[in-house]
Write a protein that binds this ligand. Sequence first.
Ligand SMILES: Nc1ncnc2c1ncn2[C@@H]1O[C@H](COP(=O)(O)OP(=O)(O)OP(=O)(O)O)[C@@H](O)[C@H]1O
Length: 251
Amino acid sequence: MAPVVRARGVAKQYGRRARPVLYGIDLEVAAGEVVAVRGANGSGKSTLLRILAGLTRPTAGTVDGRPRPVGWVPERFPPSERLSAAAYLVHQGRIRGLRADAARERAARLLERLALAGGAGTPMARLSKGNAQKVALAQAVLTPPALLVLDEPWSGLDAPARGVLAELIAETAGSGGAVVLTDHGGSASPTAAYLLEGGRLAPAGAEAAPLYEIVLGGAEETVLKVPATHRDAVLSDALARGRTVLGVRAL
Ligand SMILES: Nc1ncnc2c1ncn2[C@@H]1O[C@H](COP(=O)(O)OP(=O)(O)OP(=O)(O)O)[C@@H](O)[C@H]1O
């Protein structure tokens, strides 16, 4: 399948005297792929993800094919906004070309799925870390992204929200999007995993964790591939949203 995004020879050095963080990284991510980038603290994972998302410029090399907009979930979501979570998401939806009522509906549905404690009317500055993370996730998938990049997305999320996150990742990949994430906890069951070490990227082998295929009915049929660890949370979330479970099978 044609790659959604392709990095070639990407290198990064923050300042001329600093030691380079990345050396000549090549990486292709195809539609439907979930790619995990792992490595020690400070190994350059966030730097690589920011370059893939188009937020940081590489010192050398190129990134081709990046679609717009990229769904981006930063490691730390700035919650210093006075806007409420709902107002912030509607604003983001408008920027991405949604009509106000569509943006409101989509934002409300995502916040309900993610069970934003304290409600959608809470000012962003007063949100807890986990709830700010939920808003970060919601803004990234307000319009279905062709490329979804998530930096440590599991951190701070409670168990049900982790299930919803697994579902959002599976939905993005299932509808032809490409997903790149860092996952210290190894919670994503990626289709490919890489280890970033000494500024170079090496294949780390995909996870051994078993995958399940879940077929959901309702207004339309959806097929999701989710790791066994998130199967039950995804099923209960789907049932709570009025979907019908048409099938569950181990892959
Ligand atoms: N804006 C910046 N200016 C200067 N140096 C930076 C900048 N951002 C990152 N670095 C440096 O680049 C190196 C890699 O940082 P990066 O945040 O990409 O690593 P990481 O693997 O994501 O770390 P962690 O697991 O702790 O999140 C670190 O030495 C960091 O200090």
